[in-house]
Design a protein around this ligand. Sequence first.
Ligand SMILES: [Zn+2]
Length: 205
Amino acid sequence: MKASGDDPLSNLIRALRHLPGVGEKTATRFAFFLLREPPSVANDVAAALADARARIAPCERCGHLTERNPCTICVSPTRDDATLCVVETSQDLLAIERTGAYRGRYHVLHGAIAPVDGVGPEDLTFGALLARVKEGSIREMILATSPSVEGEATALYAERLLAPTGVAISRIASGVPVGASLEYTDPTTLEQSLAARTRRSSDRR
Ligand SMILES: [Zn+2]
């Protein structure tokens, strides 16, 4: 006897609904797409999913989802041990890596504090973060959580947790996106841009 019911279509739709942002309608569309295509398409998805799940795991040091443990960033001898960038997810880490502008280490929290969704600090990797900072080689910690309500709450929690260690704590700036027009920028973003302004020249002529 199968625990999840014996209707294969319903089972597939229910399984697809586990994905973020996928409701009944989208799950049904995905299910029929996979069933309409040649069997190789569904088999490819299933095999890639099983393979990735089996071979990719969080790095024991920074939490980044990767095939190697510790990950290549943690073992790289050319990266700066004194700077630690704290991000919510592995996708955020990869976004910062793509800029090529950061040469320090990372710490992945695997989410943000969101009481509405039942996510508290104990569900994130704050314990490991505190332990890393207490080791002593980190001088500056950059809080690169999202500029959302959850991201700000997470940054604030990290700040309070780590302030007693004496590590320098900074927060990524948020403001008007490159290429955007001021006219169409929302007031909150504009306000933050003004507050986080940077000086271009130091003397009056
Ligand atoms: Zn790592």
